[in-house]
Design a protein around this ligand. Structure first.
Ligand SMILES: [Ca+2]
Ligand SMILES: [Ca+2]
Length: 352
């Protein structure tokens, strides 16, 4: 069900398939990190996962480096600057979305999870970038956008084509309330109701963000299997991991209950903050979804999953660690804390 699968080669793309632990690695030029469950050697790099001490540099591809003079940054541009990135001393780059997209949300509205938008180059350009990065000891992370696709994605086109279509349940469809209004009071993160009316099939679909970004139904096993295959597609191509977009939004309340009002809301704030998103984010079943993704990553050698988990630390901890969670969350507390050493020290202590 995933296109382009025939283009990868496990022996070319997976360093674990090409090298032996303890031997010089043709990609990384030094020892090969030991596989999980092997006895680590105290004091060596193998005793810690590569990502624990790693410095990860975010590359926003549109603005980073344009290679062909069309005014938009692209993958060959990033490749051309790898020596600079190596000189900085970084360990990995995380490239914001480069997948085919109508760009309603600058690449966070995807029409094909397993390809590259022509604006940024080709799959071959990405393969070259990964190979060149690895030859400089730099790992490559991509963005994984699981909550929603573009409304132009073939999956959504199929889903909206008929209530009887076998892919109808790949997205979150609901009947109107009795007066024709949306099924409940849920609000989109970008403003207004989170429900968009589809006149031909006379149902609403749910979109946590733009109406052009319909939410996938992660309760559907076929959706989960398809998205797991997306991860495998890139892991087999040699991608070292993913930053996972808005992972707290993957499940909604099964009873579709109204979100309660936010008592702390004051006029002038974004309208979507007028409700507390208790039935649309941070669902108690999410750790199971995360554990499945982690199991997919663990099918491969040394891969990393970083979650965009925008929650207070006591709730954030449910999403990572323990061999079943993500390897790391973003720690957004660090970007909201005042520039004060004592406060930042306290924030770090609370997070560890
Ligand atoms: Ca360009
Ligand atoms: Ca969702």
């Amino acid at each position: 069900m995933i296109a382009h699968r025939d283009r990868w080669s496990p022996t070319a793309a997976d360093p674990a398939a090409r090298s032996t632990p303890g031997e010089p690695d043709p990609w990384f030029g030094h020892h090969v990190p030991m596989r999980r469950n092997e006895e680590p050697v105290p004091g060596t790099r193998a005793s810690r996962p590569w990502w624990e001490p790693a410095v990860i540099y975010q590359v926003y591809p549109r603005s980073f480096q344009d290679s062909d003079g069309d005014g938009t940054g692209d993958l060959p541009g990033i490749t051309a600057r790898l020596d600079y990135l190596a000189w900085l001393g970084i360990d990995a780059i995380w490239i914001s979305p480069i997948f085919p997209s109508p760009m309603k949300d600058f690449g966070y509205d995807i029409t094909d999870y397993c390809n590259v938008d022509p604006l940024f180059g080709t799959l071959a350009d990405l393969d070259r970038l990964v190979a060149e990065a690895h030859s400089r000891d730099i790992r490559v992370l991509l963005d994984f956008v699981p909550n929603h696709t573009s409304d132009q994605h073939p999956w959504f086109r199929e889903s909206r084509s008929s209530r009887e279509h076998e892919m109808r349940d790949w997205y979150v469809w609901r009947d109107a309330a009795s007066g024709g209004e949306p099924p409940n009071n849920w609000l989109a993160m970008f403003g207004g109701s989170a429900w968009a009316w589809d006149e031909p099939t006379r149902q609403y679909f749910y979109h946590a963000f733009l109406p052009e970004q319909p939410d996938l139904n992660w309760r559907n096993p076929a959706v989960r299997a398809a998205m797991h295959d997306v991860l495998r597609f890139w892991f087999r191509r040699g991608i070292d991991g993913f930053r996972i977009d808005v992972i707290t939004h993957l499940l909604e309340d099964e009873a579709f209950r109204d979100n309660p009002p936010n008592a702390g809301f004051s006029p002038g704030e974004p309208t979507e903050t007028g409700l507390r998103a208790v039935y649309t984010t941070d669902h108690p079943d999410l750790p199971r979804i995360v554990a499945e993704m982690r199991a997919v990553a663990d099918e491969f050698h040394d891969r990393l999953l970083v979650g965009e988990v925008y929650l207070p630390v006591p709730r954030l901890v449910a999403y990572y660690g323990g061999g079943r969670g993500l390897h790391m969350p973003h720690n957004f507390q660090l970007i909201t804390l005042p520039w004060d050493a004592g406060l930042i020290r306290t924030g770090v202590a609370l997070s560890t």
